[in-house]
Design a protein around this ligand. Structure first.
Ligand code: ZN
Length: 84
């Protein structure tokens, strides 16, 4: 089995945790858990932490917005002088 080095992903940090939480660098997005891995790919059969889901959605949205902003900056700076 190839070794996987996920630094983030869904995981169930402990037996007493009934839900899966989303971890980035060992810290769950809901700030309730610390866990060093391994992380699983999202298992939709498990009930996931609602707060982690919300934070993840927010994060994804923020990344998309940053990407868009970067594209706009690059677009402007790539226009040669005199053509504006
Ligand atoms: Zn959580």
């Amino acid at each position: 089995m190839p070794e996987q080095n996920w630094t983030e992903g869904w995981a169930r940090p402990a037996m007493k945790s009934r839900k899966q939480h989303y971890f980035i660098d060992g810290q769950s997005l809901c700030k309730q858990w610390e866990y060093g891995g391994p992380y699983d790919e999202c298992d939709h059969a498990e009930p996931n932490c609602a707060e982690c889901g919300r934070q993840l959605a927010k994060l994804c949205k923020a990344i998309v917005e940053i990407d868009r902003a970067l594209e706009q900056i690059l677009d402007t700076e790539c226009v040669p002088e005199g053509t504006r």
